[in-house]
Write a protein of this length. Structure first.
Length: 270
């Protein structure tokens, strides 16, 4: 008795062969994994440090004063000491330092200290940040011993969901990876198969056209989801990409990636 031809077996065989072909294709690996990961690495390293304001303490400045002590407690201010006048001027001109602070005792007068600050036009944004910090510290120090006469402000900080730069960069690069796999990868593969007369040879076999399309589609979806999982895991473990609900969030992202690949593959087949 003649064995019946199985389109399911043919589909799985085509999917397996296509998946191996994708893994051996440099362009598929580059545009699906390497290129998005390069962007994630670059923006991840740029976004993890946060804003830092480099403030040099003038050699002639008094060190034991409330202003310097308050600045030491500000996380975004990096105080730099033991720099000579020449190095300070050169650093300001090049933008290596954002400001120079010089606190002088005001002997026998009010206020007790005079704070002189020199900014650089090379970093106006950080200068504005430091100016706001200094004004806040000045107000706090000057009104420290004065009780509120009319009203009292009671502040409450609502804890929000922390986000970093990588939380916005990674989804975009993940979408680019799915786009390149679904649209360009599918279109170029079938064009290549047609040019090399492989599709014509397929039609000479009992395999159905649906099996050819499904086999290629399964391979593309599997490769795209594998690439998406690698990108998500690298972003989470190396750059603190926010996974709000852990594994459940990863599964949700993979489901959305699956739907995205289906849509992009539709454009690719067209």
């Amino acid at each position: 008795m003649e064995k019946r031809y199985s389109n399911y077996t043919a589909t799985m065989a085509l999917a397996k062969a296509s998946f191996r072909s994708i893994l051996r294709s440099p362009s598929a690996v580059v545009f699906t994994l390497a290129f998005p990961l390069i962007f994630i690495l670059v923006f991840g390293f740029l976004g993890t440090g946060g804003v830092k304001v480099d403030v040099v303490i003038d050699p002639a400045s008094n060190r034991l004063n409330p202003m310097i002590e308050a600045l030491k407690k500000v996380s975004i201010v990096r105080l730099i000491e033991n720099k000579d006048t020449g190095a300070i001027s050169q650093g300001l001109n090049k933008g290596n330092y954002d400001a120079v602070i010089n606190v002088k005792p005001n002997v026998g007068a009010t206020p007790a200290f005079i704070t002189e600050v020199r900014y650089t036009s090379a970093a106006p944004d950080k200068g504005n940040i430091l100016r706001s910090i200094l004004q806040s510290i000045q107000f706090e120090l000057n009104s420290k011993d004065i009780p509120p006469a009319v009203t009292e402000i009671r502040e409450t900080t609502i804890k929000g969901r922390p986000y970093s730069t990588i939380d916005f960069i990674l989804p975009g690069q993940l979408g680019f990876s799915l786009l390149s796999t679904g649209v360009f990868g599918t279109a170029f593969v079938f064009f290549s198969l047609r040019q090399n007369l492989v599709i014509k040879r397929f039609f000479a076999t009992p395999v159905s056209r649906m099996s050819i399309v499904l086999g290629e589609g399964i391979a593309r979806i599997g490769f795209a989801l594998l690439g998406a999982l690698i990108i998500i895991l690298i972003g989470h473990f190396f750059f603190n990409f926010t996974l709000l609900h852990g594994v459940l969030t990863v599964l949700n992202m993979l489901v959305l990636s699956f739907l995205g690949v289906l849509v992009f593959m539709g454009f690719g087949f067209v």
